[in-house]
Write a protein that binds this ligand. Structure first.
Ligand SMILES: C[S@@+](CC[C@H](N)C(=O)[O-])C[C@H]1O[C@@H](n2cnc3c(N)ncnc32)[C@H](O)[C@@H]1O
Length: 320
């Protein structure tokens, strides 16, 4: 019997029927298959953290000698075991029911696959899981660290005007977008700006934050930000190319939309912990128009200056 905390925590895990969407996502599947095929050498030992249906472990098992597949959700553990028993080389994979935040394999491994990737590195525990794994792995086995799939994530933010009207009903909600499709309801107001470059093998801070400015490339109503997360699944050193996969874009509506004109400087500031809920970003978000703010401040200071001149004139007159 699960305790209340555990069942609540498991509640945030992806249910089995949603795994079909992930299996059906061609860009994700082709990217991971190619990356795993590139990185896993014949006879390698592999660990997968957050194995789900076991599909990435299956890719790895086509070349690896042994794959440890760690999954915490019991529903997925039994699904993975049953699927892998029906797939070629499934017998090389050991599915372990454990929390990836605490699990270590019994021997050193060559490759670690971890797809707990959510846009913004929000919600899913990619950052805490890999950070904890590296510390514990180095303590137990020493170096070197295994190769990580993905190797890195790059995050960017983009100002947009989003049409939040649905048959005249205005509903500015958080929404997801297919990164490989055209979106008629979104108008880009400026270029995406990179705010994070994260290499999983290197030490990293678990805070995702930005304090920067974007210059508007179009006139419009800045009413949302698009968050972009591109994952470098593997680096091919022979062709100097990368195998990439974008998670779905997220659109975050702004509490107060801003009317912007081309050339305006907009400052954007946010900070949240990797794995935090979506509202951690929205709650910390501050967006403001720098040039308009500057001109408001300037006119305020001019008014102050005028009034202090006036004050001294009154004082002079009073003295006379
Ligand atoms: C995005 S899914 C990916 C599943 C699979 N690797 C794939 O690529 O299809 C992430 C998986 O991690 C599992 N998971 C989440 N937190 C976990 C944890 N702390 N320990 C082990 N598994 C976890 C979830 O139950 C889910 O199956």
């Amino acid at each position: 019997m699960q305790n209340k905390f555990e069942s609540l925590e498991l509640g945030q895990f992806i249910p089995l029927h949603y795994h079909h969407n992930m299996l059906n996502d061609n860009n994700r599947m082709k990217g991971f298959k190619e990356a795993i095929n590139l990185v896993v050498k014949p006879g390698a030992k592999v660990l997968e953290l957050g194995g789900g249906t076991g599909v990435q472990s299956f890719f790895a098992a086509q070349k690896a000698q042994k794959v440890y597949c760690v999954e915490r959700n019991p529903e997925l553990v039994s699904a993975a075991r049953s699927f892998l028993a029906k797939n070629i080389n499934g017998d090389k994979i050991e599915v372990i029911q454990a929390d990836a935040l605490h699990y270590l394999p019994p021997e050193p491994v060559d490759v670690v696959i971890c797809e707990m990737l959510h846009t913004g590195l929000l919600r899913e525990k990619q950052m805490p899981v890999i950070d904890s794994f590296k510390k514990r792995y180095l303590e137990k086995f020493g170096g070197p660290l295994p190769i990580f799939v993905p190797e890195a994530s790059i995050q960017a933010v983009q100002p947009i005007e989003q049409n939040f009207y649905f048959e005249n009903f205005y509903a500015p909600t958080i929404l997801f977008q297919d990164p490989y499709a055209i979106h008629e309801r979104s108008k880009s107001l400026g270029n995406p700006e990179v705010f994070q470059l994260l290499s999983y093998a290197d030490p990293f801070n678990q805070t995702c934050h930005w304090d920067g400015e974007i210059i508007m490339a179009e006139n419009g109503q800045l009413n949302a930000l698009r968050l972009i997360t591109k994952n470098i699944l593997a680096v091919n050193m022979l062709t100097y190319s990368t195998i990439d996969w974008h998670t779905q874009y997220i659109i975050f509506p702004l509490f107060v939309p801003l009317k912007v004109t081309k050339g305006d400087h907009v400052s954007i500031r946010f900070s949240y912990q990797g794995g935090a809920p979506l509202n951690a970003l929205s709650n910390s978000l501050q967006v403001c128009l720098r040039n308009k703010l500057a001109s408001v401040l300037q006119s305020a200071s001019e008014t102050l200056h005028c009034s202090s001149n006036l004050q001294s004139k009154i004082a002079e007159t009073a003295n006379v």
